[in-house]
Design a binder for this molecule. Structure first.
Ligand code: ARG
Length: 293
């Protein structure tokens, strides 16, 4: 409650100070270049993609020949309150225009998905997921417009300029047809905590421009925040888009890199923990003991 009050005050104050900033609208981005976005994928719902491109729901990053990093919330059907099946998705890479399908475009079915089972839509905690592609990048042959990107191996310093890309909203209502990129600056966790208070959890990373005007937005979720040629963040949430003083919030790839790397497509949704296995074992033992003759 107190958090909400602070947020309202902040909104009013920042609104006053920055009233001259143009209307919020990858808001304030520029056309992406193939060279900088070969890892970019469009995640679509098959049922809405009969008109190629119109099923786009989220972005993602190719992080292996057939492994895609995205946000857990992109895999979740919030109206049915359950995760979607892998078969509901189609992943498209190698085209800047989401409606265009050229020689280099790869369209793939999804064989399996994984997400952190601690993710919740209420808190947006642990908003990371991966998808495994049926038709990934052909191995041992270089592709002109598709290539994986590496994960961040070190924490990213604050105050550095990064790039966020996507086909998300450019204004209050519509998605972009072409891939856009914008420059945003990483913000100290401590500074961002004073903005979002209790909502900013460990594993979340803020980036934006405090004066507002430039940001990721709806439809960019799951997409990459890139610094120094590596993916450092996954578009997750924000309070509105591109509002002054309210940066975008990203899942911190470095924080989650072990979980991301450990997924391999063969495992169950999420690897069971030792405590799970132990309680399962004791449960079975107890059941057998109850049924003893
Ligand atoms: N949750 C949004 C999505 O599903 C992404 C929002 C990012 N917001 C922001 N202000 N950066 O596409």
């Amino acid at each position: 409650m107190r958090g909400l009050l602070y947020l309202c005050c902040w909104l009013v104050i920042s609104g006053e100070i920055y009233a001259q900033v143009p209307e919020s609208r990858i808001i304030n981005g520029t056309l992406a270049s193939v060279a900088d976005t070969k890892h970019m994928v469009s995640i679509r719902l098959k049922k809405n993609d009969r008109n190629f491109g119109s099923g786009h729901i989220c972005g993602g990053s190719l992080i292996g020949p057939n492994k895609v990093l995205t946000a857990a919330h992109c895999l979740f059907n919030s109206s049915k309150k359950r995760y979607r099946k892998a078969s509901e998705f189609v992943v498209v890479m190698g085209t800047l225009n989401r409606f265009e399908r050229n020689n280099g475009t790869i369209v793939s079915e999804v064989s399996s998905i994984a997400y952190m089972n601690t993710f919740t839509t209420e808190s947006m905690r642990d908003d990371v997921g991966v998808m495994f592609l049926r038709t990934g990048l052909p191995i041992n042959s270089s592709h002109p417009t598709v290539a994986p990107i590496q994960l961040a191996t070190e924490p990213t310093p604050s105050g550095v300029t990064c790039q966020v890309s996507g086909w998300g909203r450019t204004s209050q209502s519509s998605l972009s047809n072409v891939l856009l990129t914008a420059n945003v600056t990483t913000i100290r966790h401590k500074t961002c905590s004073t903005i979002y208070l209790g909502s900013l959890l460990p594993g979340m990373l803020c980036a934006g421009q405090l004066k507002g005007g430039t940001d990721s937005c709806q439809g960019d979720s799951g997409g990459p925040l890139v610094y120094d040629g590596r993916v450092i963040g996954v578009v997750s949430w924000g309070y509105g888009c591109a509002e002054a003083g309210l940066p975008g919030v990203y899942a911190d790839v470095h924080y989650y890199h072990q979980w991301i790397e450990e997924r391999n497509g063969n495992s169950a949704l999420t690897a069971p923990s030792l405590t799970h296995l132990l309680s399962l074992w004791f449960g079975c033992a107890f059941w057998l003991w109850l049924r003893r003759k």
